[in-house]
Design a protein around this ligand. Structure first.
Ligand SMILES: Nc1nc2c(ncn2[C@@H]2O[C@H](COP(=O)(O)OP(=O)(O)OP(=O)(O)O)[C@@H](O)[C@H]2O)c(=O)[nH]1
Ligand SMILES: [Mg+2]
Ligand SMILES: [Zn+2]
Length: 312
């Protein structure tokens, strides 16, 4: 009988429609609270993510997800093999980065772009400001740069100034649904532990290497106050954007979108075309060479499978 069903989920029944709070078998085993129950998706290809609002029916020994409410948004990333949805119906995505393990500014740019493409507000959080040295300075510079690009930013330390960090996070996260994303080891779970009454597993101090082993293994929703939530997610290394249509890239890059004068060709890709306003802005220093190189990298990437076909 179970064979009829697909992936297992946890849904919270304290709301109508019910909300999906976890979407992996591992998380199902780890979590149990009074208002949450195991539920099954029907069929193999039912793609349900944390944050989805679902309609459930009750079979004798299990809840079954019968329907998914229309999503107000859905954040994606791509990796080498497929497009992965991260969470649905969130108010903001908090992108956590730090000097250690070394993080790349490009990850931050990519996450900001993905949020903008999904129509979701973003908050860039530099954690571990207790660290010092060249990597810490580079991380501060990366934060300053995205602030110049218009991103909301926070700088804090979950370890050294926990109460200050808690206050800053509270001010940004109260009353809304916040998805925490970032490379592994940046301190996402450490920050969530400051906000909610839980004891999320955090990474071991002795963990070596630059890529960092994942400590959090499943995306998980936690109620935060009466009308908010925070969502922890497993770290990952690459924020692939192959799912995005390159024709729209400029509108998702604030420094590019600020150039409103039209190029000579209406379909200019801002690559080799004559009389290009974007390249004129690059020559004038209004767009940095790093950001332009980033744009060209995205432009050159293979278009992935279309998100609209898969997910909307
Ligand atoms: N120095 C310093 N270390 C911190 C700070 N916040 C977290 N850490 C440490 O960073 C390591 C990783 O923390 P986690 O909270 O597990 O990181 P994560 O982003 O949840 O990692 P994944 O679950 O693997 O994605 C742990 O050893 C923490 O103790 C901080 O503010 N300063
Ligand atoms: Mg974690
Ligand atoms: Zn152009």
């Amino acid at each position: 009988m179970v064979a009829r069903f697909g992936q297992r989920y946890i849904v919270a029944l304290n709301a109508a429609p019910a909300g999906v709070t976890a979407a992996s078998v591992r998380a199902v085993e780890a979590a149990a609270s009074n208002t949450e129950v195991d539920a099954m998706g029907r069929g193999r290809n039912q793609d349900i993510v944390v944050g989805d609002r679902v309609g459930c029916s009750r079979e004798p020994d299990v809840y079954v997800i019968e329907s998914i409410e229309t999503r107000r948004n859905l954040l994606f990333r791509a990796d080498a093999t497929r497009i992965k949805p991260l969470a649905a119906n969130v108010d903001q995505v908090a992108i956590v980065f730090a000097a250690q393990p070394p993080s790349q500014p490009e990850f931050l740019w990519r996450a900001l772009l993905a949020a903008r493409a999904a129509g979701i507000d973003a908050l860039a959080i530099l954690n571990k400001i207790d660290l010092e040295g060249a990597a810490a300075e580079a991380a501060e510079a990366a934060l300053a740069e995205v602030a110049r690009l218009g991103a909301r930013t926070l700088r804090l330390s979950a370890r050294k100034d926990a109460s200050v960090a808690r206050g800053l996070l509270e001010a940004q996260c109260t009353g809304c649904v916040t998805l925490f994303v970032g490379q592994s080891g940046m301190g996402k779970s450490s920050l969530l532990n400051l906000l909610i009454d839980s004891d999320l597993r955090i990474g071991a101090l002795s963990r070596g290497g630059t890529h960092g082993r994942q400590t959090t293994t499943a995306t998980r929703w936690f109620q935060y106050g009466d009308d908010g939530a925070v969502i922890d997610s497993p770290g990952f290394h690459e924020f692939g954007l192959e799912h995005l249509d390159s024709a729209h890239l400029v509108q998702w890059l604030p420094d590019f979108a600020a150039i409103t004068e039209p190029c000579r060709f209406a379909d200019c890709r801002h690559a080799e075309e004559p009389d290009c306003r974007i390249r004129a802005a690059l020559a004038a220093g209004a767009i940095s060479s790093e950001r332009y190189a980033f744009y060209r990298k995205l432009l050159a990437q293979e278009p992935g499978s279309t998100v609209s076909r898969l997910w909307r």
